[in-house]
Design a protein around this ligand. Structure first.
Ligand code: ADP
Ligand code: MG
Length: 367
């Protein structure tokens, strides 16, 4: 059935009926989705049954630390080694037989092509072997939909539509207007670096390990956020820019190191606190503007940088001051994980939005 080269809409409908017949024959009443994430340097697999999380296994790749950033070729090789044990562990922890799966959801992009290929190819093979549909997932939409993962049967805490989602990660900084599960509009985005990148690059010039975001967060707790004044961009609309901040941080270090070679060591906490404070100010200024203009009070945050304690506090302060209803994901769903991919796949599965066998990964951003 899956051997078809190109599947037209009509054919997709027939395919869907066959899959549903299959479900009936196999007595599959539940919607059980296996999610696979392999867009960057985390190999992850998760199982979601009727939207409730049963397992979420993540294999981090330590190999990149020595290089101060993700090395694409090494990432894709590590995915190849990790993918089968990770999926095996996810199914085992969930207590699910592979025959019970309704569909396989995989991240098709954006991300590193070599990494995405591993998840995509595995999904094709597995869905053919099990005779179940594949669902392609946009990594960025998955970060947003992480808010709908149910931790247990009675978990009903999720944003109501429409809501705004600040998506801040190592590769993206966007303000997304979410009208429905499958209707998202990017109303603002970075024109250069991402917020996570700003954390990581500035941490790198201070000699901190990769990824720098969590280290800056930890050190910032001991520092004075007003100790150093850093550049904030003046760009229109709801867009972001972090390259000016990065340059001003670099120049500050360069100038001060000339006067005192121990400047970084002696001021590490203040530097981290000032950097974090400025990044959060930049993020919140535009988010506040968007929320005001669009008259939206439901505001969520997603992506790796949403783990930042300062950003979480800023959200709480905004909730108080501007009467926002805020949604901050549990820590495990902030960085890359397959639970969010399975969640996105769940909604698409219910919409019969299946993916053909000739689907190829994409590297660039599209929401
Ligand atoms: P991507 O998918 O774009 O690679 P992730 O969603 O995996 O990004 O997030 C990784 C990014 O999140 C990194 O840039 C990392 O430094 C940043 N990050 C993680 N934890 C924190 C934190 N506590 N404070 C600031 N940044 C953080
Ligand atoms: Mg991500």
């Amino acid at each position: 059935m899956h051997k078809t080269i190109k599947i037209s809409d009509k054919f997709s409908l027939i395919l869907h009926k066959i899959y549903r017949m299959n479900d009936k024959i196999n007595n599959r009443m539940d919607v059980t989705i296996l999610g696979i994430e392999s867009s960057c340097d985390d190999t992850s697999a998760a199982v979601l049954k009727n939207g409730v999380l049963l397992s979420n296994i993540i294999a981090n790749q330590k190999i990149h630390e020595a290089y101060g950033g993700v090395v694409p070729e090494l990432a894709s090789r590590a995915h190849q080694q990790n993918i089968i044990p990770v999926i095996h562990a996810a199914l085992k922890q969930a207590g699910i037989n592979k025959e019970d799966l309704s569909a396989i959801a995989f991240t098709r992009g954006p991300g590193l092509l070599g990494s995405l290929l591993v998840g995509t190819s595995f999904s094709k093979g597995f869905s053919t072997a099990l005779n179940i549909p594949m669902v392609e997932v946009n990594h960025l939409q998955a970060h947003v939909l992480a808010h709908f993962i149910k931790q247990n049967e009675s978990d009903a805490n999720h944003p109501s539509f429409p809501f705004l989602c600040l998506l801040v990660s190592g590769g993206n900084s966007q303000i997304i207007l979410v009208r429905a599960y499958n209707d998202m509009e990017v109303v603002g985005q970075t024109i250069d670096d991402a917020a996570g990148e700003a954390f990581d690059k500035c941490a790198k010039v201070m000699g901190l390990p990769y990824p720098g975001g969590p280290v800056v967060d930890r050190l910032a707790k001991e520092g004075n956020p007003k100790a150093f004044k850093l550049n904030k961009p003046q760009i229109p609309d709801y867009n972001y820019s972090f390259s000016g901040l990065k340059t001003s941080f670099l120049y500050l270090l360069r100038d001060e190191l000339k006067k005192n070679p121990h400047f970084i060591e002696e001021n590490k906490a203040d530097l981290c606190a000032s950097l974090q404070y400025t990044i959060i100010e930049i993020l919140m200024d535009k988010l506040r503007k968007a929320a005001k203009d669009l008259k939206i009070k439901e505001v969520a945050v997603a992506g790796g940088v949403s783990a930042n304690s300062g950003l979480r506090t800023a959200f709480e302060e905004h909730a108080q001051k501007y009467h926002w209803k805020i949604y901050i994901p549990p820590f495990a769903f902030t960085t890359d994980n397959a639970a969010m991919v399975a969640m996105s796949g769940h909604f698409k599965y219910l919409n019969n939005d299946f993916c053909p066998m000739d689907a190829v990964p994409f590297s660039k951003v599209v929401v």
